[in-house]
Design a protein around this ligand. Sequence first.
Ligand code: UDP
Ligand code: MG
Length: 321
Amino acid sequence: MSVDRSSPMSSLISLVVPFYNEEESIDLFARTIMPVLAAIPGTEWEIVCVDDGSRDNTLQRLIALSERDSQFRIVELSRNFGKEAAMTAGLDAATGAAVIVIDADLQDPPELIPDMIDAWKNGAEVVLGRRLDRSSDSAAKRLTASWFYSLHNKLSKIKIPSNVGDFRLMDRCVVDALQRLPERQRFMKGLYAWVGFRTVTLDYVRAARHAGETKFSGLALWNFALEGLTSFSTLPIRAWTYLGTVGAICALFYGLFIVGRTLLLGNSVPGYASIFFAVTFFGSIQIVSIGMLGEYIGRIYMETKQRPIYLVRKVYGNIKR
Ligand code: UDP
Ligand code: MG
């Protein structure tokens, strides 16, 4: 079924932008993005800026923007909930026929937006931006990211396209589908992949951050990767069952061998070294597998509490639409 979205009536499109301590980026962001949006024919825009509990002047600057320009709507979260929750808040607040998610630091090129809109008008339900060149990210980040994607895609049935970030256009039907996913621990890249829909990919070169610094340190990325793996695959937890079974079978045969040898040859030199090895080796495997279980149980615990994904303190700007 082909969809024609190029009707003469102009359609409202939402831009969703998460902001966390981005006071230095805001003015440049607005100055860069507004002319790009204004130049796209047949579109009206609302810009949903989510202030994710910033501790600097981000909120004040965003409010000032919304007072100058009615296209801006500011959703202020009650504290820092993290980028995934901030994007969810933005998607929930967006009312457009399509929604584009973009970073505040202009690492995703706004120049790609007109092409995304074209692809959408030609029937795509999801338009992904794929980073061709990530030389603006550190070598360690690129390497760990590629490890993560290949491991994730081996373990999980839901494949996440590599080098695709959160920069994307989604049709209203995709946003509605995302809103039906109830999980509290939101690994958005996995959720995006899970909902599916007709997808088109556009390539771009990822720029360096224009101002401020990255909010994702090594530890934050590690937690993010664990979140992704355990949200979309139970293989890490199941693998221990097999490993444990194989270990137990080996131990059984070894036990039989020892008994046989003692009966035939009498008690030889006590195997202190092998016992010591077995105790420490299997002991540590057990601790690792308990940790693995803990990862999942922790997640079950978080989900059962059914807490909201984010809390809004206040919405500024054009609320009624
Ligand atoms: N961000 C957010 N909440 C957070 C961390 C980041 O809303 O807790 C936003 C941030 O303001 C930016 C986007 O997420 O708009 C991407 O963050 P960043 O540039 O630090 O990530 P990187 O590009 O280094 O992966
Ligand atoms: Mg960035």
